[in-house]
Design a protein around this ligand. Structure first.
Ligand code: PMV
Length: 327
């Protein structure tokens, strides 16, 4: 059976930064995110008894590393074990946002691969089971399975560490204006970042404030209190990057354009245009605003030096199956 799945990237408002169990990808704290409507991965999988090995193609990508291929085969192996299918697969996968933009595609990519391969194996899994299975391939992929606003429960073991929806996409008309900043630096992997986080002298302080922050953001999302929501997400992004800057060795993910954007957003706020930033493990900035203001931000950022591209996202749908196959 040939099956195709589409899954979104997601942006974390409260971040996952440090693992309790690195092999199982169990995080130290819960995280809260939103699926993105316009940045997705598509993946088609077909198991075939005639095949002698897995055949994996990244459509539209020129360089694919050995490490990336191995990670995909491990994901297929997990699905084979879970579904008791013993055949090799043909896999074609594609992102609508090229890797060169520096936006992580592992969440959307592994969520799509997990759903497509489970379906191609003829198995039927619950959203919770799919979230757990995708988490083992890429932690943040578990948050790309449910739709809309999502909470990843850290859990105590593999069976209890999964993501679930807290509100559907139409709960709140907010936008993530993704401002893509390019970098010439070789990216320090987030795997390394998770490992180094506890070396920061501020790590324990971050953890001590976590429960309060998780509670406050859920309340702000529930009440659609944009100003409180914005203050929390900016505080959280700066907190996570403070951990990166003070890890041993330190990690500096920002470029000068990143800092320029952060400051310009604060200035725009003083002038009455309300938006707040959050930043993952890279130089690009996610600007959260009300949907009615998104065009004004797009115009502002398109003029900005060092900005490669601007993409406006609404709260999006989680992973789903599609009839349009890639081969
Ligand atoms: O999935 P990873 O290991 O690439 O973790 C990345 C974590 C952040 O994107 C920096 C934060 C988050 O929760 O998404």
């Amino acid at each position: 059976m040939k099956k195709t799945a589409i899954a979104p990237a997601n942006i974390a408002f409260i971040k996952y930064w440090a693992k309790a169990d690195s092999k199982e990808r169990i995080p130290k704290n819960d995280s809260i995110s939103m699926c993105l409507s316009e940045m997705v991965s598509v993946c088609t999988v077909e198991f075939d008894p005639q095949r002698k090995s897995d055949d994996i193609t990244f459509s539209g990508e020129d360089v694919v590393t050995e490490k990336e291929l191995k990670r995909i085969v491990s994901c297929l192996d997990r699905v084979r074990t879970a579904t008791r299918v013993n055949e090799y697969a043909k896999v074609v996968t594609k992102n609508n946002f090229p890797k060169a933009t520096g936006i992580a595609s592992s969440a959307s990519g592994f969520a799509a691969l997990t759903l497509a391969s489970v379906a191609a194996a003829g198995a039927d899994m619950s959203e919770k089971e799919l979230s757990i299975l995708s988490r083992m391939s890429s932690g943040t992929a578990c948050r790309s399975i449910p739709s809309g606003f999502v909470r990843w429960h850290k859990g105590e073991d593999s069976r209890s560490s999964y993501a679930e929806q807290i509100y559907p996409p139409d709960h709140w008309e907010i936008c993530d204006v993704v401002v893509i900043v390019s970098s010439k630096m070789k990216k320090i992997s987030s795997t390394k970042g998770h490992e180094l986080a506890p070396t920061s002298p501020f790590y324990q302080a971050r953890m001590d404030g976590m429960e309060r922050k998780l509670h406050a953001i859920e309340e702000a999302i529930q009440k659609k209190d944009f100003s409180s929501f914005g203050r929390i997400i900016e505080d959280e992004a700066l907190n996570m990057h403070a951990i990166c800057l003070t890890s041993t060795p330190p990690i500096i993910y920002w470029e000068s354009a990143t800092l320029g954007i952060i400051k310009s957003v604060a200035r725009l706020r003083e002038d009455g245009l309300e938006g707040y930033v959050t930043i993952d493990a890279g130089p690009s900035v996610h600007l959260m605003c009300r949907q009615r203001d998104s065009e004004k931000f797009v115009q502002h950022f398109e003029q900005f030096e060092g900005v490669q591209k601007v993409v406006v996202n609404k709260p999006g749908r989680g992973a789903y199956l599609s009839d349009t196959h890639l081969f």
